[in-house]
Design a protein around this ligand. Structure first.
Ligand code: SF4
Ligand code: MG
Length: 332
């Protein structure tokens, strides 16, 4: 597919006030982020919590303003659009949140919640047409028409997420950022919601950016997967290759930690999994940010930031030593 979305050199920092007397600290949430999302694909974004996944999702939608870089939507830089033009564009780009109940206004009915983006973004559409669309979306996500006048607290987590999905679909978006859409749900419900998202993707011709800390969740839905570590891209690979032949030591460790039965990744087994925690983004390690947890780290890893290298088959890897590691693991 053609590139729908192109993210170029994206950077986002936050400043954190610690006390009135001290200078605020700077937290680098995202740095040097470059990737494209093709029309019709699902791009998974994975990494441990605190790696910048949600910030990236929100920067794509301009819910957070990046410090530097571009977010091109069909060639048009969204970071440069004024609020009025962005309001129009917002119909095309929607989001589904992690905690379905917390993301629904408890004082609004299901019908009002689902209609809300249409009411604010498309005031030209009549009330009658709006209601007809709400009912169509409710049907598409598997909610009964008689639920239209109920309130969110009357619903289970899974049903609440269906409401959130209907709300995201109502403006007929082209791209939806799904930010951990099943993480707050019971395992038994997760598969239902994932299947629903796949069906809706086909039915409405959607492009999805699917954020999750859980590799076993993104596996089933993603065409390509972007692995984020401490605000930088570690690897970007087609899903199948990432699961069968992860190149970056962080991808290997994540796979090992994921509850995937028989990942067929001998190389992943050579790592003992992830030790310790993600370091603070306030004072991240120099050079490769993964070096404090990487069993293969050498001097160069502390001295130089590894560039995101285009290896083969549309794969990108940011590791100084991926070739040597590969040779080591395959006994070459
Ligand atoms: Fe490990 Fe060095 Fe590669 Fe970073 S660059 S992942 S520290 S080997
Ligand atoms: Mg998050």
């Amino acid at each position: 597919g053609i590139p729908l979305l192109e993210v170029e050199n994206l950077k986002k920092t936050f400043s954190i006030a610690t006390s009135l007397l001290r200078k605020p600290l700077t937290l680098t949430a995202l740095e040097d982020i470059n990737f494209t999302v093709r029309a019709g694909e699902t791009l998974g974004i994975v990494g441990e919590s605190g790696c910048g996944k949600s910030t990236l999702g929100r920067c794509i939608l301009q819910l957070i303003e990046p410090d530097e870089g571009k977010v091109l939507w069909l060639g048009e830089d969204l970071t440069k659009l004024g609020s009025e033009k962005m309001r129009k564009r917002r119909q095309d780009l929607q989001i589904i949140f992690q905690d379905p109940l917390a993301s629904l206004n408890p004082r609004m009915t299901v019908g009002e919640i689902i209609a809300d983006p249409l009411r604010t973004l498309r005031p030209d559409i009549s009330k009658t047409e709006r209601r007809a669309r709400v009912l169509r979306m409710m049907e598409a996500v598997g909610l009964l028409p008689e639920m239209i006048n109920r309130y969110p607290h009357e619903f289970s987590g899974g049903q609440a997420q269906r409401i959130g999905i209907a709300r995201a679909l109502i403006t007929e978006p082209k791209l939806i950022v799904c930010d951990e859409p099943v993480s707050a749900l019971d395992v038994s419900i997760q598969a239902q919601i994932l299947n629903l998202l796949s069906e809706l993707k086909e039915e409405f011709g959607l492009t999805l950016v699917f954020i999750s800390h859980d590799l076993s969740v993104v596996r089933h839905v993603s065409d390509r997967i972007l692995v984020l570590y401490l605000g930088r891209i570690a690897e970007l690979s087609p899903g199948h290759e990432l699961y069968t032949d992860p190149k970056h030591p962080y991808s290997q460790a994540l796979l090992l930690a994921a509850p995937i039965p028989d990942p067929k990744t001998a190389r992943a087994r050579t790592l003992e999994g992830l030790k310790g925690e993600v370091p603070s983004p306030i004072n991240p390690p120099s050079g490769c940010r993964f070096r404090t947890r990487c069993p293969y780290a050498k001097e160069i890893c502390a001295d130089q930031v590894p560039p995101l290298e285009d290896i083969e088959g549309g794969r990108l890897v940011a590791c100084h030593r991926w070739r040597e590691i590969e040779a080591e693991l395959t006994g070459g």
